[in-house]
Design a protein around this ligand. Structure first.
Ligand SMILES: [Zn+2]
Ligand SMILES: [Zn+2]
Length: 84
């Protein structure tokens, strides 16, 4: 064996294998793409995961009402249905 251990992307916050990618939009149609393990990927919407740092940003962003505006350009945000 030349290399032992796990291959593939590793979590940006710890040494585990990163099965998830941060979907936080960083502009230019790109996303953060930081590899994240199960425990560091925060699911903010179905199939949308954010890294710890971006999850904080996302919460601040959401709190100031920026979501609506970004939704026009960015797909990943899924708003919960409002029954009204
Ligand atoms: Zn991790
Ligand atoms: Zn991120």
């Amino acid at each position: 064996m030349f290399l032992c251990g796990e291959f593939g992307p590793h979590c940006g916050a710890c040494a585990s294998v990163g099965d998830f990618l941060c979907d936080f939009p960083v502009g230019d149609g790109k996303t953060c793409d930081m590899p994240l393990c199960e425990s560091h990927a925060t699911e903010v919407a179905p199939n949308v995961h954010y890294c710890p740092g971006h999850q904080v940003l996302w919460e601040q962003f959401r709190d100031v009402g920026g979501v609506q505006r970004e939704l026009e350009n960015v797909v990943p945000f899924a708003r919960p249905k409002e029954d009204r």
